[in-house]
Design a protein around this ligand. Structure first.
Ligand code: PLP
Length: 419
């Protein structure tokens, strides 16, 4: 018999094997200073394009004030216990009611973390006779929720309506045998490449198929739609989303999340979401802070306007300079380049050290081998000056990538890794 840890000693995994070169710099970097468009990285000033603070609320003076007052009033422990037992308050209810109204649903329920909340939502919505059909590019929280499912599941090709229909045909036949129902899951915005989920096309299939629709709108909430209510509002199909999910970790610049649906569904979920029934309630400071952020989201449209001015300037600037930004339909701004992982490391080091640009780097296995994805998150705190500096830096690094500079710089790393 083998020691359980043997495989860990032998193989650190596709990302873990780069730890000695990457940790502290490319992964687990420490950004310092207040969360904003400009922060410090290893003592240097950098323009930050890697923080999901879409509306610039994280360090907004009004938000900071309310957070501090709530901290002083409640401390960081309150309330103690799970919602069902001893962790329920009027303010939790108030935030739920306001969120439900904002996303145009009858009812809402707070989740202490989005990830666990989504896992439990999927778990609670299906039983073993039911069938899940979900987009193959789904976020890990959806995949992990599906993993708990004891019955059948099918993936459809990313945003591919033909593939979805094929799988709905299969799922329908199967559900007729098992006596179960069908849950379709999509994201409102796919966070890596920025495409919106094809929500409108999916809900149109309700005419032909019998299914319920769950949408994870982590990146759409607060950034899309006329009022900021998300991808469902943007595509005019919010009413046809049966269960709407969003996190506070992005536009709301907080922690926590919520689901919203018809009252009867939320009433059921609040008695069946294991990650909420058996875990501590959302901390009061986050609830009070959530109320403030939601109020600002509703009453300060200029935040979203500022965000989109930056998004439009960045995305059109990149396109004008011939960069491949894929098919984004949201604030998420990917830039696709071709190169190896060591080249990507040299390139990002150059961007950070010599141009003061900090963005996330995504490589295989998240994207195909040979592709470097630089992922940028514009925010309402960025300026047109930030955009201009960034565009100039990107033009410079592309030239060096093409003329082989990064290949030469990375040769030592490549040799050391035996790549
Ligand atoms: C699409 C998506 N769903 C869910 C989550 C998880 O949310 P949380 O950070 O609140 O756990 C994230 C990341 O924050 C996300 O990007």
């Amino acid at each position: 018999m083998r020691d359980l840890f043997e495989k860990i000693y032998r193989d650190k995994g596709p990302l873990g094997k780069w730890a000695s070169q990457a940790e502290g710099y490319f992964v687990f970097p420490k950004l310092e200073g207040h969360i904003s468009n400009r922060m410090k990285f290893q003592g240097k000033d950098v323009i930050t394009w890697s923080i999901n603070d879409y509306l610039g609320l994280a360090n907004h003076p009004e938000v900071r004030k309310v957070d501090a007052e709530a901290g002083a009033a409640y401390g960081s422990a309150y309330p103690m216990g799970a919602r069902m037992m001893s962790g329920h308050t009027d303010l939790h209810e108030k935030l739920q009611n306001e969120l439900a109204e904002f996303v145009n649903k009858e009812s809402a329920y707070l989740l202490n973390f989005g990830y666990q909340g989504m896992v439990s939502t999927i778990d609670a919505l299906v039983s073993k006779n039911d069938i899940i059909v979900y987009d193959v590019d789904s976020h890990a929280c959806i995949i992990d929720g599906v993993r708990l499912h004891m019955g059948k599941r099918f993936t459809y090709r990313h945003n591919d309506i033909v593939s979805l229909e094929k799988n709905l045909d299969r799922a329908t036949k199967m559900a007729e045998q098992t006596g179960g129902g069908i849950l379709v899951i999509s994201e409102g915005v796919f966070g890596m490449r920025g495409e919106q989920g094809i929500l409108k096309e999916i809900v149109a299939l309700k005419e032909k198929y019998n299914f319920r629709f769950l949408v994870d709108d982590a990146h759409g909430f607060g950034t899309l739609g006329k009022t900021g209510a998300g991808a469902g509002e943007e595509q005019g199909v919010q009413d046809d989303i049966d269960v709407y999910f969003a996190t506070f970790a992005k536009a709301m610049a907080g922690t926590g999340a919520f689901i919203a649906a018809d009252k009867e569904i939320i009433d059921y979920l609040k008695y069946n979401l294991r990650s909420q029934m058996f875990a501590k309630s959302l901390q009061m400071q986050l609830v009070v802070g959530g109320l403030k952020r939601l109020e600002m989201l509703k009453t300060m449209p200029e935040l979203k306007n500022n965000l989109w001015n930056i998004v439009n300037a960045l995305q059109s600037g990149l396109k004008e300079r011939g960069f491949d930004i894929g098919t984004t339909q949201s604030c998420v701004t990917p830039v696709f380049l071709k190169g190896s992982i060591p080249e990507a490391m040299a390139l990002v080091r150059d961007l950070r050290e010599n141009y003061g640009i900090f963005c996330s780097i995504v490589v295989y296995p998240v994207v195909p081998k040979g592709i470097i994805l630089l992922r940028m998150i514009p925010t309402a705190t960025h300026t047109l000056q930030d955009v201009e500096e960034t565009l100039n830096a990107f033009s410079a690094i592309r030239e060096r990538l093409l003329n082989g500079t990064y290949k030469r710089l990375s040769a030592a790393v490549t040799a050391a890794m035996g790549e």
